[in-house]
Design a binder for this molecule. Sequence first.
Ligand SMILES: Nc1ncnc2c1ncn2[C@@H]1O[C@H](COP(=O)(O)OP(=O)(O)OP(=O)(O)O)[C@@H](O)[C@H]1O
Length: 335
Amino acid sequence: MDVNRTILSVKNITKQHQTTQSSGITDISFDIIEGEIVAIIGESGSGKSTLLKSIYGLLTLDVGEVMFQDKRVLGPDEQLIPGHKGMKMVTQDFSLNIYAKVYDNIASMLSNTDVKSKHEKTLEMMEHLHIAHLSAKRITELSGGEQQRVAIAKALVSDTRMLLLDEPFSQVDALLKNQLRADLKRIATDTGVTVVLVSHDPADGLFLADKLLLMKDGQLLQQGEPRALYNNPEHLYTARLLGNANVLSAADALTLGIDTAGKQLVFYPEWVEFDAGALQFTIKDVYYKGFYEELLLEANGLQIRGVQLTVGSGHKKNDQVLLNIGRYITPDEIA
Ligand SMILES: Nc1ncnc2c1ncn2[C@@H]1O[C@H](COP(=O)(O)OP(=O)(O)OP(=O)(O)O)[C@@H](O)[C@H]1O
């Protein structure tokens, strides 16, 4: 039997920062199941970091509570070292001792009462993170990606059940990013640890997460499994954040023969069928992207962006093409 055990429960939490404008997070509630990877995503200033810090016990909440393994997470006014010992947060600066060796950075998290077990656990964690070969290197000798693995190993070695990651891929280039995303997924599966990460790049969430939490203006706008949210966004914000959504007004939709009953028409470029249907568009521009081309299409001043074709499909600038908007949604208008 599949037993889904809640490891974290966020109950109606509100935290307003002391500024003249309203800022922070308002009345947020959700549960996280043990072993899940959860990504908190949203535009800049939407409250992602405030939420992560609240979960970790770094902020004194105005209202509500965070329960980790059925115990309330205490805030900074209640205990000197915030949080809970089963949770660890890895921040963007990694907080490593840069002069110490990789091994010592990780081992320093364990007590000396059982030196043999300390050594074994450190070795085991380095194996898990694929950094055993770096054991004797100093942090200053490592790349950004390697430092990140050491930081995660350090966070996980002391029986951590939940890993909180603040923008884990912000320090690495695009090539390494895919590798690190895949690594993080593997590590979570191998160790069974629950991961909560904050990212300004929704692609991280789509790639990695079992569950997305979409923040907007300090509120939890939508939550759910990435594929479900991508395919059925309740709000325009969700479609814009997760995909390269095209948005047309109801009046513009009508000119294309689509009656949206006054709502905006939203569709991803991959929902547009090419050389099909009866909508005649002009190719206004072709953007070369390597193994594919992206088109800018226009009809009567209406533009459709992001439709992709494989290179060599034969379509070029100023060609007339027929399109069919094979699928669209008319989500609620939270911009
Ligand atoms: N310590 C603070 N004092 C005052 N206001 C704050 C503080 N921290 C955050 N805020 C404000 O609270 C709101 C949410 O900020 P937060 O950092 O949580 O958002 P975010 O989604 O993580 O943003 P970003 O992606 O830019 O890091 C913003 O309006 C921000 O200016």
